[in-house]
Design a binder for this molecule. Sequence first.
Ligand code: CMC
Length: 391
Amino acid sequence: TGKFTYDPGFLSTASCSSSITYIDGDKGELLYRGYPIEQLAVNCDFMDICYLILNGDLPDSKEKLAFDDLITHHTMVNEQMHFFMRGFRRDAHPMAVLTGLVGAMSAFYHDSTDITDEHSRHVSAIRMIAKMPTLVAMAYKYSQGQPFIYPQNNLSYTGNFLRMMFATPCEDYVVNPVVERALDRIFILHADHEQNASTSTVRLCGSSGTNPFAAIAAGVACLWGPAHGGANEACLNMLEEIQAKGGMSYVGQFMEQVKDKNSGVRLMGFGHRVYKNYDPRAKLMQQTCKEVLASLGLENDPLFKLAMEVERIALEDQYFVDRKLYPNVDFYSGIVQRAIGVPTALFTAIFALARTVGWIAQWNEMISDPEYKIGRPRQLFVGSTARDVKR
Ligand code: CMC
């Protein structure tokens, strides 16, 4: 191709350098700032992870308190956003609503859109991480025709989100610690994943110098697709379809369809561009799934059994073995979310909530790099050569 290489889908092109997340796809290894995900998932909460991803190291107890406090005091959104929200149809997909709301933040919070100012970038980061749960819960409440529940500052980040989602003004709401821990684990496992499609979108969009709210709205839009974050919703729908068509007795037939390239059916929650081994997040998610189902008395959850059977077949089947297709993070996360009462249509919005810290940290890393340039891929032109208009 002469002056440039042709690499559709960026299979072998590094678009940036980064010091945030490391993946070894062959080993199935994931590190945030050098710490293995397995250790972070067990020893930290999501606020530790946000601090780590943003600042490069885990907080000590004083830093943690100050960070918690800072995030907590930014959870409320401008009241005007409630009115903005009311313009949406009630049956709109939460990801459509979220894309709009996040983009609209650049209109409501334009006092922190100066990307040349480090403090302004920090304020945007805090605002975005803090307000995302409020926006997701608003989208849910709106879809249910229920009143919005305002954040409550004495709760944890995750407890607060659960309350905004599931409380009503009519009765007290007590956060279930098992549910809180499970959701926090989901947030941790989704916090960052180096240069995936939505993060690359945030970087590309941000590389033009647009404000961070606009860049992250682009990331939310990208995440929505079923090949990316939309896979958790698609995976649960797939398991429900298998269940409806016969459950365990239908799994084998379904797997044959997946292997038939003409069927157009993919096994959702399986496969990954980088992992050619078991996704470590899927392992942790499966473990969380078992714990949550057991503690909620749902050990016999039929979809969990189906998922385990699908995985068992796939790990032994030559089609999946040859292509190194393993469960990814989206395979079990839907089952956990369903068990704790999150509706399927909201799964990807919860992924967006958790990934916000990764997006904003990656955006900030790019903006702080004195050598960053606008992203501008080249093309292989395959259209007509020059010709004259004849009239
Ligand atoms: N079911 C059946 N076949 C698959 C699947 C699957 N889920 N994934 C890949 N393959 C096959 C594919 O048909 C191809 O076969 P062949 O070599 O015979 O043509 C081979 O495996 C390589 O697939 P690819 O599409 O070239 O791989 P990719 O790196 O471009 O795509 C992927 C990665 C994640 C988009 C893909 O595996 C997929 O569509 N998975 C299902 C959707 C999903 O779970 N997405 C979530 C990704 S992880 C977390 C996230 O981003 O949200």
